[in-house]
Design a binder for this molecule. Structure first.
Ligand code: PGA
Length: 250
């Protein structure tokens, strides 16, 4: 079954609202595509500007995080209904930077995934190993635990709509990309896990991305792999050159 490639940007803590408007205007020119889905996950305060600038284009706007409660006394947090009302379609959940700097646990990731699905937001669920874990040979064991917990209580029908992003921590922002074979091995392992947890159809439908120093020069090789359905891109999503990733086939 052909899965559409998803080129997703993760702006992290970059760009002001006015810079967002200008950058999305540029991206509309370089990221036009009929065949590849384009998504930018932006800081919460930039969402209204990004949604307005992306209107009537092929670009979808996502959030980088959200909280798992509906509303209430959670100072500084953003609720799922706020994202939906603002025009957001996707939300990154459990990025390694949130796990590392903001103490997010697998249990919190699971709660956020369930809440996102309840609000019809597509969760982009992140997983990834440290360099030590890779050297100890436990990469796939670790990823399986992360994904199994993230998907606790998620029905097959809903699992088909989620996006999973495999991002080895040692490859994020380091310029060190996993080789396409290393990336494929883990993405295939995740697909095998989906087959175990659900069924063939779910495994063949769910999109699995690779992230970690994806750039125009390596996108074609990575996205050409059987089990890699696109990329989650940090640094290289901050300039209009991102169009070189969207149009990786050209
Ligand atoms: P990078 O970040 O492309 O800058 O390595 C990827 C990510 O953290 O999503």
């Amino acid at each position: 079954m052909a899965r559409r490639i998803l080129a997703a940007g993760n702006w992290k803590m970059n760009k002001t609202p006015s810079e967002t408007t200008a950058l999305i205007e540029e991206m509309k020119k370089t990221c036009a595509s009929d065949t590849v889905d384009v998504l930018f996950c932006v800081p919460a305060i930039d969402i209204p500007a990004a949604v307005a600038a992306a209107k009537d284009s092929n670009i979808q706007i996502g959030a980088e995080n959200m909280y798992f409660e509906e509303s209430g006394a959670y100072t500084g947090e953003v609720a799922p209904a706020m994202l939906v009302d603002a025009g957001v379609s996707h939300v990154i959940i459990g990025h390694s930077e949130r796990r590392q700097y903001f103490a997010e646990t697998d249990e919190m990731v699971n709660k956020k995934v369930l809440k996102a699905i309840e609000h019809k937001l597509v969760p982009v669920i992140c997983c990834g190993e440290t360099l030590e874990q890779r050297e100890q040979g436990v990469t796939l064991d670790w990823i399986r635990v992360q994904i199994k917990i993230a998907l606790q209580g998620v029905a097959a029908e809903d699992a088909k709509g989620v996006v999973i992003a495999y991002e080895p921590i040692w490859a994020i922002g380091t310029g060190k990309t996993a080789t396409s074979d290393q990336a494929e091995e883990v993405c295939k392992g995740i697909r095998d896990l989906l087959r175990e947890l659900y069924d063939d159809e779910t495994a063949e439908t769910t999109r699995i991305l690779y992230g970690g120093s994806v750039k125009p020069g390596n996108a074609a090789e990575l996205f050409g792999k059987e089990d890699i359905d696109g990329g989650l891109v940090g640094g290289a999503s901050l300039t209009p050159d991102f169009g070189g990733i969207v149009n990786y086939e050209k």
